[in-house]
Design a protein around this ligand. Structure first.
Ligand SMILES: [Zn+2]
Length: 194
């Protein structure tokens, strides 16, 4: 069974990366701030605050934020949302000229999608010691056997990216604790929580 040929990429652009490290850092921070805006949208929706943007030719062409609860979809991570939207804009699931900025280190699922999309480069903010697949738990971006290599940079605006998550989980823990507070009824004191 032969596969139909892929359509040519309709969008072509030269790489427009600044040589000056200070300019490159400013550029990364600018797009990470846009990803942070998306993360705040997730937070406003009651979701874990993670946001992402896809950049092509120094333009944000797609945005996404974490929505698995609202969409009842375990794959609705910020990166997946942004990648799906970007593929529609590009008209191809392969996006070798695109970069993705995300506030949290991608998980294995999103890293897989990033590699399938043949992205050029990924920039993330905070590390994720629980599910990070860009070095924290595993590193899918340094597997030489894979058919595509996407370069990756971490730690861009890591502090505001992780603070947003800390504030979210802190508020959620306080809310859960308040909900568990024994009510006036002493029968409710038999809380099994250790
Ligand atoms: Zn993910």
């Amino acid at each position: 069974m032969t596969q139909p040929p892929l359509p040519p990429l309709p969008l072509r652009a030269p790489r427009a990366l600044p040589d000056d490290p200070a300019q490159a850092a400013e550029r990364d921070a600018r797009y990470m701030r846009a990803a942070l805006e998306e993360a705040r949208l997730a937070e406003a929706a009651g979701e874990v605050p993670v946001g992402a943007v896809v950049v092509w030719n120094d333009t944000i062409i797609a945005r996404g934020h974490n929505l698995p609860i609202r969409s009842v979809d375990p794959s609705a991570h910020a990166e997946m949302q942004a990648l799906r939207a970007a593929a529609q804009v590009i008209g191809n699931y392969r996006m070798p000229e695109c970069e993705l900025y995300v506030t949290l280190e991608p998980c294995a699922m999103c890293s897989g999608a990033i590699l399938h999309a043949r992205l050029r480069h990924v920039v993330f903010g905070a590390s994720d010691p629980k599910t990070g697949a860009a070095g924290s738990v595993v590193n899918l971006f340094e597997q030489a056997q894979l058919n595509h290599q996407t370069t990756i940079t971490g730690g861009v605006l890591a502090d505001p990216c992780s603070q947003l998550l800390k504030d979210f989980f802190g508020a959620r823990r306080r809310a859960q604790k308040a909900a568990r507070q024994p009510a006036a009824n002493p029968d409710q004191n038999h809380d099994t929580e250790a």
